[in-house]
Design a protein around this ligand. Structure first.
Ligand SMILES: [Zn+2]
Length: 388
């Protein structure tokens, strides 16, 4: 053995000795089995207090019980009896785009339900819209909301619109907002806007969305203008306290309202209903929300829709209180909710008429809207009705 070998042997022996005296060892080993909500693992507690986990085992499958909620055709629900996870499967059908236009059909009524899960349709051509509408109907929607202005302009004619309105027996609400939809930039005058909604009703739509700013000369001025107009209303004994919140989209201008009322009577004359929509862009407390809904009712519409800002739990409580009061004090249907998912989910359970849903998420349909099947499962769940 040469000097170098002796040196290496010595180093090796020393380091082995050093290791064996200092290696921590397990004082306890626990094997945790996986469940459907957490991974399994082996936990080692060592003599020096150090704890580590290894042998990670994937989560187990959920243990489903089949469940029927509301007995909707085309949907099967399964619930895990371990963790309560709810899963639904659609019995998928194929949908064609053939439409039998029966001009003698009895028009479905938009306000005919106690609560209405509505599927929002933003497509740029009639065939895609028809398939989505028929799918939504199969998935349990009770109403359909079609963004007419999402359709390319070539389809803004009675024949194409009729195919869309008659492809379902569900009531269809037509929306004609200016804006940019599925890459389709839309800008039109108030008169064009009103004409497109009238055309939609002539084509078979059951209701139209009339924004509360329709016919206003200057949209952005509404909060300031309303502040100036408030004393006139107060003198007449009308509560317009929503004005103090600087609410947008609800015009108090009587010249504007007269034009809106003319439009409403024309839609009624065509056999359609009118939903007044106000995306107020501010937070409002319960009494302000109630005052806004009562003002909207006084305009002469069939549904008052108010979308509020704010996503805190405090704002949601104001929305829910307003819904409970309006259920007793308003003669027309109302749809009141905030922009938060919590508010969108809960308000329909407290009397708000419309649950705005998305059947299938796409790039143009953001997940701000509640998923249709989830909303239906909640609406139809007796445990969540608040009556137990
Ligand atoms: Zn589970």
């Amino acid at each position: 053995m040469d000097k170098k070998s002796i040196f290496l042997t010595l180093i090796t022996s020393l380091s082995l000795f050093a290791c064996s005296s200092k290696v921590p060892y397990d004082v306890e080993v626990k094997v945790i089995e996986p469940t459907c909500i957490s991974e399994g693992y082996t936990e080692h507690i060592q003599n020096d207090g150090y704890v580590y986990r290894d042998n990670i085992v994937p989560k187990s499958e959920h243990h489903y019980q089949d469940l029927t909620i509301g007995g909707d055709d085309g949907i099967v629900y399964h619930i895990c009896d371990v963790c309560g996870y709810l899963q639904y499967d659609f019995i998928e059908q194929t949908f064609d785009t053939n439409v039998d236009i029966d001009l003698n059909r009895e028009k479905p009524v938009f306000t005919d339900h106690s609560v209405m899960p509505v599927s929002m349709i933003l497509e740029n051509n009639p065939d895609d819209a028809i398939i989505k509408i028929r799918k939504s109907e199969a998935h349990g929607a009770k109403g359909i909301m079609v963004y007419i202005t999402a359709l390319n302009r070539e389809y803004w004619n009675i024949n194409d619109l009729q195919r869309i309105m008659y492809c379902t027996n569900l009531p269809v609400l037509a929306i004609a907002y200016n804006g940019n939809f599925v890459g389709n930039s839309v800008n039109q005058s108030w008169e064009d806007f009103a004409s497109l909604l009238k055309l939609s009703v002539k084509a078979g739509a059951c209701a139209v969305d009339m924004p509360g700013y329709l016919f206003t000369p200057n949209y952005d001025d509404i909060p300031t203008q309303n502040t100036n107009l408030k004393p006139t209303y107060v003198a007449e004994g009308v509560d317009v306290s929503f004005v103090d919140a600087k609410a947008k989209e609800i015009s108090l201008d009587k010249t504007v309202i007269a034009k809106q009322q003319q439009f409403i009577s024309e839609i009624h004359g065509l056999g359609g209903e009118v939903l007044y929509s106000a995306h107020v862009g501010v937070q409002m407390d319960c009494s302000q929300i109630v005052s806004a809904a009562k003002f909207i009712q006084s305009v002469g519409v069939d549904v008052a829709k108010i979308v509020l800002s704010g996503s805190s739990k405090e704002t949601v409580i104001e929305h829910l209180k307003a819904c409970m009061i309006l259920e007793n004090e308003l003669d027309i249907k109302f749809s009141v909710h905030g922009q938060s998912t919590l508010s969108r989910l809960m308000c329909p359970m407290f009397g708000s008429y419309i649950a705005f849903c998305v059947d299938e998420y796409t790039d143009s349909e953001t997940n701000i809207q509640i998923d249709l099947a989830t909303m239906i499962a909640i609406l139809e769940s007796p445990e969540l009705s608040g009556n137990h």
